[in-house]
Design a protein around this ligand. Structure first.
Ligand code: CTP
Ligand code: MG
Length: 409
């Protein structure tokens, strides 16, 4: 049966910035390779697509052998073709072999190996609903500067109108064919070609997991995220009475809980205090890579643990400059999106703050309202002192302990 939707996965690049002996898509990742990880996301889409893998010429045959059974098992049809000298040529090679029945095309970088199936589903649904080009996009949280060749900062760019775009990028097939047929010059994504051809391109929310593996640190991040994912799968299997015997049988999804703790020391300077998502004027601030909001971070950890997605350090690592100085709300909103993208809704969350200051009671309702709004679920906030014992009792810092319940969506 022919699919109305096709996904072209471009995997023909050499990966010069990764600096590996193999072409980037064929570099080992987790139990398999970068391209196999990307393909598993595509084949988990709600609607089985026609899958086109665009690979280096000498790998066409081995790639077809490797993925034909996987594609068939998912109800997808498969084509493997040789790529070109640029990404754009590789996409064109994939477009050239699309079956006539295909009406919607998603183009995806194999290098964005961890893009979840849900993101493909969302992009495909948006293309069909709006009949435009659709690109997943993330807000830019850093301050952005224009810098001259001499390294001097020229100006601060207004980031409110800027977005970082990812793949899969989706288009009505006829629009993408037209964009490629009229393409002039080389561009790094399909939306740029579509826009150059005068087509409307709109954004949908992107997903942090759809980051592009470009340099060695990205590969390490992907390995860590995958390790977390496999742990979670093994725990689920281990808990199930059907484990081993009926590994393919659907398991009833159960609610899941998670616990998170965080500690931040009071800062030596006069930085402001942010706690439970609120600014506390006149109170001493907490130190940390972000704003030091121990309560928000404990809540994120509890939610990530419940969903088996790892922890705050892993998802929002200190190496990631996007989260330097960010407020709790940014982490919480992103965590909520990750939890929801993994198929759960937040049931409720509790967080208890341990410390002498600030006095929570007068602003408890405000904190609960804010956190509940950001998470879309009831959040209770409590506070206690530690009876003058330990670092919290000596007023050296604040601790927070959170519990989260998530339920299958
Ligand atoms: N790509 C492709 N054909 C090319 C160049 C790139 O199919 N001639 C694919 C890559 O395999 C990758 C995606 O386009 O999945 C995004 O490109 P990029 O991350 O730049 O990958 P590479 O070009 O392989 O890496 P580098 O630029 O570091 O050499
Ligand atoms: Mg490249």
């Amino acid at each position: 049966m022919s699919s109305a939707i096709a996904v072209i996965v471009v995997a023909a690049g050499s990966g010069s910035r990764l600096g590996h002996a193999e072409p980037k898509a064929f570099v080992p990742l987790g139990p398999d390779t970068v391209i196999a990880t990307a393909v598993s996301g595509v084949l988990a889409m709600r609607e089985a697509p026609h899958l086109v893998l665009v690979v280096p010429g000498e790998r066409v045959e081995t790639t077809r052998e490797r993925f034909s059974a996987d594609a068939a098992a998912a109800g997808a049809t498969l084509d493997v073709v040789a790529g070109g000298a640029s990404r754009q040529e590789s996409v064109a090679a994939g477009l050239a072999v699309l079956p006539a029945a295909v009406e919607t095309v998603l183009v995806h970088d194999a290098a964005r190996a961890l893009a979840p199936a849900l993101l493909f589903d969302e992009v495909a649904a948006a293309v069909r609903a709006r009949r435009h080009g659709i690109v997943p996009a993330l807000d830019i949280v850093d301050t952005v500067k224009r810098v001259g060749g001499d390294g001097q900062v020229q100006e601060t760019v207004d980031r409110s109108t800027l977005r970082a775009v990812q793949t899969p990028q989706g288009f009505p097939r006829s629009s993408l064919d037209h964009a490629y047929a009229t393409a002039r010059g080389d561009v790094t994504d399909d939306a740029a070609l579509a826009a150059a051809a005068g087509l409307v391109v709109e954004i949908v929310p992107g997903d942090v997991r759809a980051f592009k593996i470009t340099v060695p640190a990205d590969l390490r991040r992907a390995e860590q995220l995958l390790a977390g994912r496999h742990d979670a799968e093994q725990h689920t299997a281990g808990r199930s009475p059907a484990a081993g015997a009926h590994d393919d049988a659907p398991r009833p999804a159960a609610p899941r809980i998670g616990t998170g703790t965080d500690v931040h020391a009071f800062a030596a300077d006069d930085s402001p205090l942010w706690l439970a998502g609120l600014h506390w004027p006149g109170e001493r601030g907490l130190s940390g890579h972000s704003d030091g909001d121990a309560a928000a971070h404990a809540v994120c950890d509890a939610l990530l643990a419940a969903a088996g997605l790892g922890d705050v350090g892993q998802i929002f690592g200190t190496a990631d400059a996007r989260f330097a100085g960010a407020h709790g709300e940014v982490f919480l909103a992103e965590t909520r999106r990750l939890v929801e993208a993994s198929g759960y809704l937040i049931g409720n969350v509790t967080v208890q703050i341990v410390g002498n200051r600030p006095k929570l009671a007068p602003r408890r309702g405000e904190a609960e309202a804010l956190l509940s709004r950001v998470l879309g679920a009831p959040v209770s906030v409590a506070a206690t002192t530690s009876d003058a014992l330990g670092f919290t009792g000596r007023g050296e810092g604040v601790a927070a302990i959170a519990t989260a319940l998530i339920v299958p969506a």
